[in-house]
Design a protein around this ligand. Structure first.
Ligand SMILES: C[S@@+](CC[C@H](N)C(=O)[O-])C[C@H]1O[C@@H](n2cnc3c(N)ncnc32)[C@H](O)[C@@H]1O
Length: 342
């Protein structure tokens, strides 16, 4: 079966490593299909397809039908109709009792996602005579429009992964990026991991789901966010592996009686600005505290939209930069940085 996998740009190596480990994919058919980054097309035996649900680096995936180009103006709706009519859907879809169309759009278009859904639905009714059912559909035809490219695929109900969290932090990190940061941190059994600004707990939870024998701590200054994190951990079956605690990271070294091997964190200004915080002042206070509680051979992995501040402050306090890469997070391109003792 052919699948289109969608993931954050900048994590290509991590997606490929995870695919190799969990699905032993040898046949990557296309990277950046139609020149669109953050997408990969793979072929796998049908019996392996449930394993796609275990991928943590992938945001979502569809059974890939094909792609076509479309005008970004109103004429694009005619392109949707003719593009869908020109595609061959498999027997499973043709025999489905009902379907719906879902459209996700990125870029500037003179039409809405609803317009696209209506037009594509009409094309499928005209071609296959199937019944539309928005609630109790058997097949979901998924249109992923990026600029002037439209990817088309099928999403069965059973493709919905168990990734949904109950509590959403206002500055939530994409779980796929949290997973990527955990991989970059290279955790080993016996190590201790701390996220001193864990918010809704995404980083500790991804660590709990993807490592064994690691002691995991999630701190935050906000009791409210810590409650949300605990609810999320419970929902993901990870609560027994994480200790959540209220700590102000500007006083981290006073609160923590031991040192940690890895700090993986998404501080304020990780992926978006926060009006009431000056990031330079805040980083100048919390980075030295993180350094104090970091083991001699430890690593700090953080994400930030202010990498120049982190570079400048780190060099002043005896931390050196080991690795840096940018990733796509919505409309932002934050940097993931790995720091160690100089
Ligand atoms: C970008 S958010 C983290 C979001 C989290 N990664 C998630 O996906 O849910 C940054 C967090 O830092 C916390 N924070 C801000 N100042 C802090 C401080 N002085 N000590 C500890 N945590 C703090 C905030 O409460 C917020 O939850």
């Amino acid at each position: 079966m052919r699948f289109l996998l969608v993931f954050p740009c900048g994590l290509e190596d991590i997606v490929e490593a995870e695919l190799e480990e969990k699905i032993s994919v040898k046949s990557i058919i296309e990277e950046n299909p139609q020149g669109v980054p953050g997408r990969i097309v793979i072929d796998i035996p049908e019996s392996d397809s449930p394993r796609l649900l275990s991928l943590r680096s992938v945001d979502w995936f569809i059974e890939y039908v094909g792609a076509f180009n479309l005008d970004t103006g109103l004429r694009g709706l005619d392109d949707v109709y003719s593009g869908i009519i020109g595609m061959e859907f498999n027997n499973w879809f043709r025999e489905a009792s009902s379907f719906r169309v879902t459209c996700k759009r990125r870029g500037e278009h003179e039409f809405t996602s609803m317009d696209v859904q209506r037009k594509a639905g009409q094309a499928l009714v005209d071609k296959y005579g199937l019944k539309v059912d928005l609630e109790n559909f058997q097949a979901n035809v998924f249109l992923d429009i990026v600029g002037d490219t439209c990817f088309v695929g099928l999403s069965r109900r059973e493709y919905a992964s168990g990734r949904y969290l109950v509590f959403t932090h206002p500055a939530a990190l994409r779980p796929s990026i949290a997973y990527g940061m955990i991989r970059i941190a290279n955790l080993k059994p016996g190590m201790t991991l701390l996220d001193p600004m864990c918010g809704g707990g995404i980083i500790p939870i991804e660590a709990a789901l993807s490592t064994d024998g690691v002691k995991i701590y999630g701190f935050d200054v906000s009791e409210y966010f810590l409650e949300g994190a605990a609810i999320n951990a419970e929902a993901m079956g990870a609560s027994e592996k994480i200790v959540f605690q209220r700590v102000d990271c500007r006083r981290l070294s006073k609160a923590l009686r031991f040192k940690v091997d890895r700090i993986v964190t998404d501080p304020p200004y990780g992926t978006k600005p926060i009006a009431r915080i000056n990031p330079y002042v805040f980083y100048s206070r919390c980075l030295p505290e993180m350094r104090k509680v970091l083991n001699e051979n430890g690593r700090i992995v953080l994400i930030t939209i202010k990498p120049s501040y982190v570079r400048e402050i780190s060099s002043k306090i005896g931390l050196s930069l080991e690795h840096e890469r940018t990733v796509q997070h919505g409309d932002a391109s934050p940097s993931i940085m790995v720091l160690k003792h100089s």
